[in-house]
Design a protein around this ligand. Structure first.
Ligand code: CA
Length: 734
């Protein structure tokens, strides 16, 4: 030490140098508290890990193709695939996420927006994060408390929550680094989709265009969480300046007061950053409410307008969030034809014999498979990927606009319309995959017709769905022949789609809809879980089933694959739920219990699952129906339009939420009011409906459920065996 000399500046400089050195030791690791794992930077994301060892983002690569170049597991040996490890999840609700694996560590989100990290080779749990979402938010999600995945970048893991937060976690520990309220505070808006990373920013939208919502895509600084830009998909108050010129154009396609109800157009799933065009493509949800005449007091038959930019693919510039192009797949949507499904990028000819182009491929709910020019959004081709579409006779070959059939405009005909596709969609969020080796897209499709009828007396409410419909006449009666016909009409399939020829090359039929997403590999394999509880592998070229594993519970999530120290693994989340469980699956007779797990497979492994819990038949024992048929019919109308989305069509519940035909409150009118009117069970997810319905109306719903339970008791003498197991898992969920 030299006397008299101030060493403070030197010390500070040394400390700064030491910090820099520490940062440099871990390339790409975040200086803002990021961990030393999940070391993923822009270059690595853009390259997409050609080795196949890692699965760095939701769709594996930025083109969202869900294709793995790994070949260790192949069509020659997939029969030797066995359970390497598994992990029980702490929520028995719908599991929709695709895990991410970086350098031997797996990061995965589960229901209720929780995140877990594992040693990807051994299954050792490393950390977990629970945002403790208030359970009363369940009423704000159409299709269960699901989450489809996380994003990782520079030592951080990002997740969006049902409470509408975007959260950054330390990838080493799961500690919260920053936490932003992304949806408008106090709104009904939620987040279920996976964030994406583009040029140092985290991109996220919001869920649910069935509620009073205004859709947007927001970009946040990945390091600090500062909001960089927000692109609204539907116009705001026209008496004030709009947020961008694109909304001035959009405002002309809406009635002037439509904005008061939100407008919908939420960005609830697909977000694709294309490094080649430097554009971000995203899909938007339905216009809200569904019924065009309910979108505004001033809207009359046929005057609703196209409702831009709902049911569209939109492209914005990655740096600024400025509008680049849009393509509206379903103008003036009235059937819930969300265009949120995964937007896949590829270089291929738009038709046979044409030169390869850089295109986006899309299979939205409306049933047509589109290819568009990625730079301009120009329509290149659109072919039906399901049979029996009855809302449009086809697409204009030049513009791609649908030729909408008059009978489908139920708000104009004033008639009920059994439409196909329905709101479940010919294809929804369950991811498709593309193999460059076969040139085929592996597409999970649904055959789920839906009843639409306008409610001319509809008024906007504050809780639950805002549709402008009366779907009570679509309820399924207690009639064995009708139920059998319903079950037969509701099916699904895996379709191997040739996007160049515009036709299916092979198809695997399934007895029910909403089977899982798909994974394609260079080992000539396609993996998919089924609603019936199997995890299967098919040959990618011919669709021959080569392997199956009994997963004990239905699967809706998509599989993924990775390798650690040269050994290939295949992983999938199990746990059926989502829209079909809560809306109609029970009556379709395709129910499976929810046993939520993460399953991981490798060649030669011989792991087993614990024996599935025995199901016990639960006998219906309702009080006698003493009400009037008029009151029960009124209650049935309220039930169909506000309750059925969670508790099931015709009061027959799926695996996740209580079957109200078994409720003890059926014989206790006071308790029924405490639950339904006052919200006594809101901490279990059942909110108060007293703001929406009077006590008399809530009593009418009780009368309807008693009547339904007695009808089913007479019909069945009990309920399907799954109901008892479901009741157990629902309690476990809390
Ligand atoms: Ca929707």
């Amino acid at each position: 030490m030299i006397p008299g000399r101030n060493l403070a500046p030197l010390t500070a400089a040394m400390a700064a140098a030491a910090l820099l050195a520490a940062c440099n030791m871990v390339p790409g690791a975040g200086s803002g508290g990021g961990g030393k794992t999940a070391v993923v930077d822009d270059a690595r994301l853009v390259a997409g890990d050609p080795s196949g060892a890692n699965w760095l983002s939701y769709g594996r690569t930025s083109d969202e193709q869900r294709f793995s170049p790994l070949t260790q597991v192949s069509d020659a040996n997939v029969g030797q695939l066995g359970l390497a490890w598994s992990s029980n999840l702490d929520t028995a609700r719908g599991q929709e996420a695709t895990p991410i694996v970086v350098d031997g560590v797996m990061y995965v989100s589960t229901a209720w927006s929780m995140v877990k990290a594992y040693d990807a080779a051994t299954g050792k749990a490393l950390w977990s994060y629970d945002p403790k979402v208030p359970r009363e938010r369940l009423v704000d999600v159409c299709c269960d408390a699901v989450n489809r995945g996380v994003a990782v970048y520079k030592g951080k893991v990002y997740v969006g929550t049902i409470a509408g937060h975007l959260v950054a976690l330390n990838a080493d520990t799961g500690a919260v680094l920053w936490d932003k309220q992304s949806t408008p505070a106090g709104s009904h808006m939620t987040i279920t989709g996976a964030p994406r990373i583009a040029k140092g920013r985290v991109l996220i939208g919001s869920a649910g265009a069935e509620y009073n919502t205004r859709g947007y895509l927001a970009a946040y600084d990945a390091e600090t969480g500062a909001e960089a830009w927000r692109f609204y998909t539907v116009p705001g108050d026209p008496s004030k300046p709009q947020d961008g010129a694109h909304l001035d154009a959009a405002a002309k396609t809406w009635a002037p007061d439509a904005w008061k109800q939100g407008g919908g157009g939420t960005v609830w799933d697909s977000i694709t950053y294309d490094p080649k065009t430097e554009l971000i493509y995203f899909g938007t949800g339905n216009a809200e409410p569904w019924n065009p005449n309910a979108r505004a007091a001033t809207t009359k038959d046929g005057q609703g307008g196209d409702s831009l930019y709902t049911a569209s693919i939109v492209a914005v510039h990655a740096d600024t969030g400025a509008y680049a192009w849009h393509f509206q797949e379903t103008p003036e949507d009235r059937w819930d034809f969300d265009s949120n499904q995964q937007i896949m990028v590829a270089d291929l000819p738009a038709s046979a014999g044409a030169a390869p182009q850089h295109v986006v491929m899309h299979a939205p709910k409306n049933g047509f498979f589109y290819t568009l020019d990625s730079a301009t959004g120009k329509f290149l081709s659109g072919k039906p990927f399901v049979q029996g579409i009855n809302w449009a006779s086809g697409l204009d070959p030049v513009s791609g606009k649908p030729n909408v059939l008059q009978a489908a405009k139920y708000e104009q005909t004033k008639q009920g319309f059994v439409g196909f596709p329905g709101a479940v969609g010919a294809h929804s969020w369950t991811p498709m995959s593309f193999s460059p080796k076969t040139g085929l897209v592996y597409l999970p499709v649904n055959y789920t017709p839906q009843y639409y009828e306008a409610d001319p007396a509809w008024k906007a409410g504050t809780t639950g769905f805002q549709l402008g419909l009366d779907v009570s006449k679509g309820a399924i009666p207690a009639d064995k022949a009708v139920r059998a016909a319903t079950k037969a009409a509701l099916t699904g399939a895996l379709v191997a789609w040739d996007p160049v020829a515009g036709k299916a090359r092979w198809t695997i039929p399934y007895p029910g809809p909403t089977n899982g997403g798909t994974l394609a590999t260079a080992g000539n394999l396609v993996f998919q879980g089924t609603a019936g509880g199997e995890f299967r592998a098919y040959s990618a070229d011919a669709g021959k089933q080569l392997w199956t594993f009994p997963a004990q519970s239905g699967i809706i999530a998509a599989p993924m694959t990775y390798s650690v120290k040269g050994e290939q693994y295949v992983a999938i989340l199990v746990g059926w739920g989502g829209v079909w469980d809560v809306s109609g699956g029970a009556l379709a007779g395709t129910m499976t219990p929810n046993i939520s797990r993460l399953l991981v497979f490798k060649l030669g492994a011989r792991g087993t699952l614990p024996a599935a819990p025995a199901s016990v038949a639960q006998v219906l024992d309702p009080p006698p129906f003493t009400g009037t048929t008029e009151i029960a019919a009124l209650g049935g109308r309220f039930y169909a339009n506000s309750c059925s989305v969670c508790h099931g069509v015709s009061a027959v519940a799926g695996a996740l939420n209580p079957d109200v035909r078994h409720s003890a409150a059926l014989s206790n009118p006071k308790l029924w009011q405490q639950i339904v009117h006052d919200g006594m069970l809101k901490e279990q997810g059942m909110v108060a409906w007293g703001t929406q319905f009077s006590a008399e109306q809530i009593e009418a719903i009780r009368q309807y459920v008693i009547q339904r339970a007695n009808q089913d008791k007479a019909l069945e003498g009990g309920t399907p065996a799954h109901a008892a197991a479901a009741a157990g898992t629902a309690r476990r969920t809390g």
